[in-house]
Design a binder for this molecule. Structure first.
Ligand code: HEM
Length: 318
């Protein structure tokens, strides 16, 4: 049954992908640029030329997101990803058979659609960025690859100038904040069968409480755990650290589905705020913790923003 569903999914995908990708326009000329990479991956966010950088309207940005989302290539990719996830039983709770495949497909397709709208419509609109230049639609395969790699570090804005997206330090600050104060500081699991962990017998159906707040402060895993030190997340200093020493978003099949989005949002909010304002806390402020479902401060933290333009300083990220 699974095989049949997979075959149908993959066959549908291949038929879709092998169909001619370049459209003949009404006047007999060919569409100037293929809108699918390798005939499969929808690529409406490219532009024929990087010189042609007229700012897009909000509507045009969302049109790119819609074109990429409701393209036959996106459906084909979702079908392939769903098949692969079902084969590897990536999420046991989805089950197998037709219903299981439908869940995998729905999730994969939903991921594509949400991803497209967020990265090509919502964020470019909020940040006044141009979604077209993350990938380029002209040139050789190697030049496109090189361009895409470069775009990981550079972003283009409506205004036409380039910002160097050096968010490395910001990301480490976020990681370190969630190490010391993980917002989801405790959660629980129920083992489906008996197990032994670290010499302790864990009976099936018992309540196992897991706390990243505790793990993130274990001196065996973290040097000077009480010290705020974002650079402890530098690759060099992370070598040898066990995979599950750090899990602010939990881990395994039920880990947070919003982890990437939450991290991206935090990076944007912090870096955009820090670029414009210096935030200062009242002298002597020393809040305590209020551990409820999520971990918060025990009082409202009032910070004073001072415009960097007024203060005459510019912020640079490392
Ligand atoms: C800093 C922000 C966030 C933190 C620290 C966080 C943390 C977590 C953790 C630890 C879990 C697992 C809980 C458990 O296993 O009992 C979880 C689950 C989940 N989170 Fe988040 N989360 C954050 C933001 C978000 C966002 C922005 C979304 C939605 C866009 C989201 C959606 C979810 C969902 C749907 C689950 C349940 C997943 C499942 O059970 O399969 N989270 N989150």
């Amino acid at each position: 049954m699974i095989k049949r569903i997979l075959c149908i999914g993959i066959a549908a995908s291949l038929t879709t992908c092998l169909a001619p990708c370049q459209q003949i326009l009404a006047d007999g000329t060919q569409e100037p640029e293929a809108k699918r990479i390798l005939g499969i991956v929808p690529n409406y966010r490219t532009s024929p030329s990087i010189q042609d950088s007229e700012p897009l309207t909000i509507g045009e940005k969302f049109k790119i997101a819609s074109d990429d989302s409701f393209d036959r290539g996106t459906v084909a990719l979702a079908a392939i990803f769903a098949g692969q996830s079902q084969l590897t039983n990536a999420n046991r709770s989805f089950g197998q058979g037709g219903a299981g495949y439908a869940r995998y497909f729905g999730t994969a397709y939903g991921d594509f659609v949400i991803g497209n709208y967020m990265t090509e419509g919502v964020f470019p609109t909020l940040l006044h960025q141009d979604p077209r230049y993350f990938r380029r639609g002209i040139g050789s395969g190697w030049s496109r690859l090189g361009y895409a790699m470069k775009q990981i570090f550079w972003t283009h804005r409506d205004s036409g100038f380039e910002d160097l997206a050096r968010l490395g330090y910001t990301e480490r600050v976020i990681q370190e904040s969630m190490r010391i104060y993980p917002p989801a500081w405790v959660f629980a699991r129920t083992p489906v069968e008996d197990d032994v962990i670290g010499g302790y017998h864990i009976p099936a159906k018992s309540l196992v409480v897991i706390s990243p707040y505790v793990t993130h402060r274990l001196p065996d895993l973290w040097e000077n755990p009480e010290i705020f030190d974002p650079d402890r997340f530098l690759p060099k200093r992370s070598e040898g650290r066990p995979r599950f020493a750090y899990y602010p978003f939990s881990a395994g099949p039920r880990q947070c589905v919003g982890a990437s989005m939450a991290t991206l949002e935090a990076q944007m909010i912090i870096s955009m705020t820090a670029q414009r304002y210096q935030l200062s806390a009242p002298p002597g402020l020393s809040p305590g913790l209020k551990p409820r479902i999520s971990l918060t401060a025990d009082r409202t933290l009032w910070l004073t923003p001072v415009s960097r333009a007024c203060a005459g300083s510019a912020v640079t990220d490392r």
